[in-house]
Design a protein around this ligand. Structure first.
Ligand code: GLY
Length: 367
């Protein structure tokens, strides 16, 4: 396994990435958490077998580790699921020394992280992401939370895990559409921070699409490294740096909400959102046609959408998009903060971009 550190003083933690096999989870777990009471694995119902393996590897030391399954899908990031898990924790007699292990994609990581932050005023947890999206983004950095039907991620807490364990072999069974969706966040890191990485994605697109283990480990490692650096500098998103990770997300979250959660996978909405942001950057003269074209081409290469599907275009009026974007938490005093690129490898925060330019940038993605 390759290991990185998220450097946050006493809340620092390791991210292990690779193709481990055997009992290596157990030793990494006890290195990160030498003492605990009950360990509880909460997993996405679709990765039961993998979660069983994680629980089994802890059984010899932690007694029989209970597993709680959560139905797949964004709709599980709800108060109802949280309530159900709180009650299960009570039934299992979980206490302050209990540890939660989240096995699944971003939904599970966000839900279980929030569960950990609220149980007994906060217990330790470990992230075991099994989707590419969760490996490169949501499992790292401590953002946890649930959705309201009207708005995504508006209820939540910063709660850092004690370890992130990334076994890239869990991607082997990930449906193709979900794998590609994760690649949107990988492309994002290239656009916002690292042109050389973006170039490698262009050059190695075939091995990445074939899920070659070496190529996948490399893109996951670099994405985590870039994210770990940003999080270490600006854990609570108060200094302006962490906000760059939201590139395409203000547009993307509005797309997810208007299309109704579940129509688009997160990465699909984000690739359309990054295209809208790229259109806007071009209209404002902030980056070049060539840069936008490179971004669009890479999305296409990875089978990611850059246009709203015509079958649902009717739901996307400019007014509805703008209202939803203002509702998104990345506004401050009602003023829209957008992350826009200046070139591949660099972005800036733009406050109060002209509304007509934003509307045109949205329109260009609605056929
Ligand atoms: N996904 C954005 C962040 O973690 O800040």
């Amino acid at each position: 396994m390759q290991s990185l550190q998220v450097s946050l003083g006493v809340r620092s933690y390791p991210i292990h990435i690779g193709n481990p096999g055997g009992d290596s989870f157990q030793s990494a777990f006890f290195d990160a958490i030498p003492k605990s009471s009950k360990v509880i694995v909460v997993h996405d119902a679709s990765v039961k077998e993998f979660a069983d393996g994680i629980a089994r590897s802890l059984n010899p030391v932690s007694g029989k580790v209970p597993l709680l399954a959560v139905e797949s899908g964004e709709t599980s990031k709800s108060i109802e699921q949280l309530d159900r898990l709180w009650k299960s924790m009570l039934a299992l007699k979980a206490d302050r020394q209990s540890v939660l292990v989240a096995v699944g994609g971003g939904v599970i990581g966000d839900l279980v992280g929030f569960l950990a932050s609220t149980w007994n005023r906060g217990v330790r947890f470990v992230q075991v992401p099994t989707t590419l999206l969760a490996m490169v983004d949501s499992s790292v950095g401590g953002k946890t939370g649930i959705n309201l039907p009207e708005a995504k991620n508006v209820i939540g807490a910063f709660w850092q895990p004690h370890m992130v364990w990334i076994d890239v072999s869990s991607l082997n069974t990930l449906p193709d559409r979900e794998y590609r969706s994760g690649l949107a966040e990988v492309i994002k890191y290239g656009v916002i921070l690292d042109e050389a990485f973006f170039e490698r994605l262009e050059e190695q697109s075939s091995s990445i699409l074939e899920r070659n283990a070496v190529a996948v480990t490399e893109i996951v490692r670099r994405s985590c490294e870039l994210k770990a650096h940003v999080v270490a500098e600006d854990e609570y998103e108060t200094k302006g740096l962490r906000a760059i990770l939201n590139y395409g997300h203000t547009f993307g979250h509005a797309i997810e909400a208007l299309a109704e959660y579940g129509t688009y996978l997160h990465g699909e909405a984000i690739s359309i959102g990054m295209t809208m942001a790229g259109n806007l950057a071009l209209a404002l003269g902030r980056w070049t046609e060539r840069d936008l074209e490179r971004q669009t081409k890479l999305f296409a290469r990875f089978g990611l959408p850059t246009q709203i599907a015509s079958s649902i275009a009717g739901r996307f009026s400019q007014a509805a998009m703008l209202e939803s974007m203002i509702l998104d938490k990345k506004t401050s005093h009602g003023r829209l903060h957008l992350i826009l690129p200046t070139r591949i490898g660099h972005v800036e925060t733009v406050v109060d971009a002209p509304l007509n330019a934003i509307q045109d940038a949205i329109d260009a993605c609605i056929s």
